[in-house]
Design a protein. Structure first.
Length: 554
């Protein structure tokens, strides 16, 4: 197996270096001299090639054996295995946007940029506009492995945010797909006590809400429980909100949706929203939802379920761990159940989900050997993303770090690893959490639910990491996949959004909350739509569609 891996590495390096046998450097006399291409000895660059970067270290990242983000088991592996030395010019613990702040300062001061930079949102836009990073699309097309390309092609729209005038500047940092699709969470013990059945429609669910609110499900003799705990501080339609309720009427607030004619329209001003607001308003009036919901975020809403005050919650398949993580700690007899989201009339259903990427990787125009980055990325995508039995990554990234053999058995439980375990994927040059094939995670969980045991090393890893409730919940995510809708606009802020977006978002949230939780009649929604359009919304819609045409034209 080691011989095969060595042959694969040599082949990868050979492809990556094809067409780069000669480089040029300028001497003081103005002449250009040919410099030899990086040489390969025993399957790796020799001498080693240095790739520089900067780091926003996640607060969840930890280290052992005195290691740091600059010097650790993975950086040593890259040098020993590939002949690639990863050098961090600087790093910060990425709390309170510390990474973006430092990178913006460096960019504005015209400081030297590293070879590889990861950025998201506004920071990614600034890197593109700086002109200091090269068009990465052709490099990806030329050097990326088939595995990496196949993963990227699962959702070609991941390139849109980082494209300008048909040119792709950032390589999307792929994430697991379906990871933020909401499902319905309920107190299963309350369902059993009150003899309730799984709610399959909005009408069914309303009966569950009424029972949880009015039939004393906790048995304390008081009317102090609610049907639904939800937080609307950030949004009415994100993965912890009630996008599915609005979706039952044909729209999702806060998202740009593709209309019948192919253009993009803003979900919050579509007709179905009015019906969704009316339904929410009636639920609040009946006492099904706490009056504090407009100022709650998902953490507060989840903790309300954990405290035994509410019987249902909507969020991703992992919501039992966060934000509802203390439920069984607070009440060992409590039991959670997970269902598909209820649907509207005639089975109509839509729910919000996120795109399978988290920012992008940008390549400096001055990087001498950009193909070396793809050699690194290719090896991880080909060998680590979906490891095969008997290979070096079969059990994880590094023995003694994120896996080990304890009492004769392989474990990935960090608490059982001698000296404490750490997540090595945080150290990867691919940023975020290493190489990810978008569909792989949900498919592994569904396979575990179906087969009851792992069939691949990747499934084995997740069988130890995911509790049974998450494995079960993944089936609900998969079974309702036809109803998922992503925000079709990923172009950052248009000119008018920059000028008026904050005002319009504030207006939207205020009007929605006054209708649902206050005394404003449902007719106030019609005035909001008119105001939104007149005060910049129509112009924003035009700008959004101009962007959409620019990224979708062939």
């Amino acid at each position: 197996m080691r011989v095969k891996m060595k042959q694969l590495l040599v082949a990868t390096l050979t492809v990556a270096l094809a067409g780069t046998s000669i480089g040029c450097s300028s001497e003081g006399n103005g002449k250009q001299t040919a410099t030899p291409a990086p040489s390969i000895v025993n399957g790796k660059f020799d001498p080693p090639i240095t790739i520089t970067t900067v780091r926003g270290v996640p607060s969840a990242a930890t280290f052992k054996n005195g290691e740091t983000i600059e010097d650790n088991v993975h950086t040593r592996w890259a040098k020993e295995k590939l002949g690639i030395e990863i050098k961090s010019l600087w790093s910060v613990v990425n709390t309170n946007s510390a990474y973006d702040t430092k990178l913006k300062l460096a960019l504005s001061a015209n400081e030297a940029m590293p070879d590889i930079v990861h950025a998201t949102g506004d920071m990614a836009r600034l890197l593109i506009e700086s002109g200091r990073f090269q068009e990465a699309g052709p490099l990806f097309d030329k050097y990326a492995s088939d595995t990496w390309k196949k993963a990227m092609n699962e959702d070609p729209t991941v390139w849109y945010e980082f494209s300008r005038e048909g040119k792709r500047y950032g390589i999307p940092a792929l994430e697991y797909d379906y990871n933020n699709d909401p499902v319905m969470w309920v107190r299963e013990d309350w369902m059993k006590k009150l003899n309730l059945q799984q709610p399959k429609t909005i009408d069914d669910y309303e009966k569950v809400l009424d029972a949880f609110t009015n039939q004393d499900p906790d048995g304390d003799g008081q009317k102090n429980t609610y049907g639904l705990s939800v937080g609307f501080k950030k949004s009415y339609g994100n993965h912890f909100g009630v996008s599915w309720l609005f979706g039952a009427y044909g729209a999702i607030p806060g998202s740009w949706l593709k209309s019948a004619d192919g253009s993009l329209v803003y979900g919050s001003v579509q007709p179905g929203i009015k019906e969704g607001l009316a339904k929410l308003k009636s639920w609040v009036a009946k006492g099904y939802i706490p009056m504090e919901a407009p100022v709650w975020d998902e953490a507060k809403a989840g903790s309300y379920v954990s405290a035994g005050r509410a019987g249902s919650f909507t969020g991703p398949y992992w919501s039992e761990a966060w934000p509802m993580g203390d439920l069984t700690k607070n009440n060992p007899k409590a039991e959670l159940g997970t269902y598909k989201l209820p649907v509207g009339a005639n089975g109509k259903s839509m729910h919000f989900t996120t795109h399978p990427y988290a920012g992008a990787i940008f390549i400096n125009k001055e990087m001498k050997n950009p193909e070396a980055f793809f050699t690194y990325g290719n090896f991880l995508f080909d060998n680590m993303a979906d490891p095969k039995a008997g290979t070096e990554f079969e059990n994880g990234w590094a023995k003694g770090y994120d896996w080990d053999v304890v009492d004769g058995k392989v474990t990935t439980d960090l608490t059982k690893i001698p000296g404490g375990g750490v997540r090595v994927f945080f150290y990867s040059l691919l940023m975020q959490q290493g190489p990810r094939i978008p569909s792989q995670n949900i498919q592994a969980l569904v396979n575990l639910a179906k087969n009851g045991k792992p069939g691949t090393p990747y499934e084995q890893y997740w069988s130890q990491l995911a509790p049974p409730i998450e494995i079960k919940s993944s089936n609900n995510v998969w079974d309702q996949r036809a109803n998922r809708v992503m925000n079709a606009f990923t172009g950052g802020s248009t000119t008018t959004m920059t000028d008026k977006g904050d005002y319009l978002n504030k207006l939207e949230m205020e009007v929605f909350s006054k209708i649902v939780f206050g005394n404003e009649p449902i007719e106030a929604y019609d005035k909001f739509v008119a105001d939104w359009k007149a005060q910049g919304g129509d112009t924003i819609t035009k700008e959004v569609n101009e962007w959409y045409k620019s990224v979708t034209k062939k």
